[in-house]
Write a protein of this length. Structure first.
Length: 253
């Protein structure tokens, strides 16, 4: 039986999640339209949708056994990846990529992902909303050199996570919003060709500062994100930590 590659599996996961989100958002919009006629129905404070470029300052390092048990191919690097992302209250999509990484400048790193979430509000007022951001997300991380590309030695990991944390949105003025989101993630990572796997942990902290309605419905957002990912793969050659600091300037709408 032919096995799906990690990249194919990631793409199929992306399509499935996107289809699910579209149907969920359609139902949510239908509900909001039907309930907006009620005077009791308030408009909750939400961050706007955004799209824009990002810089991801990344430290990718091996933490598995050392010495003779270490990997033949080392993918340690410290550098900046270039990317872009889209975010809405229910969906996030990102991609980041960079070549010429590592001491020998022969490493290429690519990371992409998609996430859906459904916040559960625990406190709200016209000027703030505190919620629990329950969510599902999947990331695909590919790190390789010219000699390991398209072989079972490349670091190709598809990880799926469940997430829950704390999300706070605050209205500073009528058109200035601030958001802080702390999100622990717990999941499972699958290696190249599905032959290996293991537990994966992810911790993410986001800060977003938005100035909305600068011109019609458009505005600007400045964002910072911290992320730590541990790939605890059953194959010790693929036990790596991904530590990154990202900055982003996006258009809000």
């Amino acid at each position: 039986m032919h096995k799906l590659s990690a990249s194919t599996y990631a793409f199929l996961t992306f399509l499935s999640a996107l289809f699910f989100l579209n149907s969920t958002e359609a139902r949510a919009q239908m509900f909001s339209v039907s309930s907006s006629s009620s005077p009791q129905a308030g408009s909750p404070l939400v961050m706007p949708s955004t799209i824009g470029p990002l810089l991801e300052f990344t430290d990718f390092s091996y933490y598995g056994p050392n010495g003779t048990e270490g990997p033949d191919a080392s993918y340690n690097f410290n550098g900046v990846l270039y990317g872009a992302s889209f975010e809405s209250p229910f969906l996030s999509v990102f991609i980041a990529d960079r070549t010429s990484l590592g001491d020998e400048e022969n490493i290429r790193a690519t990371r992409l992902g998609i996430g859906i979430r459904s916040p559960a509000v625990i406190a709200a007022s016209p000027n703030y909303v505190i919620s629990i951001p329950f969510g599902l997300n999947t990331d695909f991380t590919l790190v390789r050199t010219p000699s390991t590309s398209n072989t079972n030695e490349e670091f190709a990991q598809n990880a799926g996570y469940i997430a829950a944390g704390i999300d706070g949105i605050f209205r500073i003025t009528d058109n200035i919003l601030f958001q802080t989101v702390s999100t622990p993630n717990f999941g499972y990572t699958v290696g190249s060709y599905g032959s290996t796997g293991g537990i994966s942990y992810k911790l993410r902290q986001d800060f977003r500062f938005s100035v909305i309605d600068i011109y019609r419905q458009y505005g600007l957002q400045a964002a910072y994100s911290f992320q730590f990912v541990r790939f605890n793969n059953s194959d010790t050659d693929f036990r790596y930590d991904w530590l990154s600091h990202s900055i982003r300037l996006a258009v809000t709408f």
